[in-house]
Design a protein around this ligand. Sequence first.
Ligand SMILES: NC(=O)c1ccc[n+]([C@@H]2O[C@H](COP(=O)([O-])OP(=O)(O)OC[C@H]3O[C@@H](n4cnc5c(N)ncnc54)[C@H](O)[C@@H]3O)[C@@H](O)[C@H]2O)c1
Length: 380
Amino acid sequence: MTEKAITKSIDNSQEDEVYINSSILRNFVEDVFIKLKVPKPDAKIIANGIIQSDLRGIDSHGIQRCKMYFDRIKQGIYNPITKVEILSDNGATAVIDGNCGMGHVIGFHSMKLAIEKAKIFGVGAVAVRNSTHYGFAGIYSLMAIEEGMIGFTTTNARPAVPPTFGVEPMLGTNPLTYGAPTDEAFPFLIDCATSIIQRGKVEVYNRTHKNLPRGVIITENGNTETNPEDVLNDLCDRSAALLPLGGKGEATSGYKGYGYATFAEILSAALQDGIYLKDTAGIIENGQKKLKVGHFFLAIDVNHFRPLDGFKETTGNIMRELRNSKKVPGAKKIYTAGEKEYLNEKESEIKGIPLNKSLQKDIMIMQEELQLNHYNFSFK
Ligand SMILES: NC(=O)c1ccc[n+]([C@@H]2O[C@H](COP(=O)([O-])OP(=O)(O)OC[C@H]3O[C@@H](n4cnc5c(N)ncnc54)[C@H](O)[C@@H]3O)[C@@H](O)[C@H]2O)c1
């Protein structure tokens, strides 16, 4: 399927949604990748990344991206067998080549290495070249948080975002994802794109036939656009772009998102001599299209600065003070970053993961093609 061939699929409404137990869906996703020749331990890592995203309510990077990976493996764009190669290893830093393997697997091993280094040196930083889409970025910062560390990651991505005063998609939606442990049941985790809306969310709007809010897209004429199907096609034609955080022009400081996205691009490309900007839309190597990106991972071991318990108390206090501050009239609650995803995870572990009609169709296509006949989904 070419990216242009994005079609409005079956009509969707809330009533058409079915909830599927996350363990069943996790097994299904794992089996999809095993059938595509991904080794079992790697298939587990990918399935975990996809299902954790859905459990946390990040539907843009969950099961809805499974068919995209399925198509890209079949088209030879991604290598199902991931070879993580350490190109240089200098104390607290390392450079890794992902050899166009599976991004989730490359991301997992890279953050693991950054954590190991942080245990020794206080900080560990790993730059990655020749990787592929690594899913929801928060999962890597969470790995560091589980070890009592501050975690940070960023990646570049296909061109989607214009510079301030520009209309051409140049930068990716380049997330900047920062997390820190707290003394509460959930950490601080700000995990989002440097654009107002990211491509995966536009895909969700398209699957559920909802219009985008005005002012998040800029067309080549400088106007806004709200039909998600048109936006996805126009992004491929480079005739529309996703505005950076802060929006169009300077009035609401669009240059802030533009600057942050640019720094994410630098971290994701310049430290490891990787590809950047327009080349992330795809390059041809030996007659084969490849979709490459770069990543950056940072782990900071809190214990090298002060005892972890004291740090967690301070970060917990910051969260509590923010949540207890005066609310805007009519607002029920103030949240801190990472809280909604924690609450969603608790709920969806019981309730299951919602699948709209369009996702059900994707699952049926993969199930049929890969002969995964032992799954009896209720929507079949
Ligand atoms: N791999 C890639 O190329 C790529 C590119 C872009 C985005 N992403 C991923 O897409 C996912 C979603 O990104 P997004 O830009 O749509 O995120 P988003 O706009 O939904 O924002 C999510 C973040 O905002 C926080 N948040 C939400 N409401 C809040 C509130 N009221 N108060 C405080 N904090 C609040 C959440 O806890 C979370 O950290 C992320 O996981 C990101 O890593 C991946």
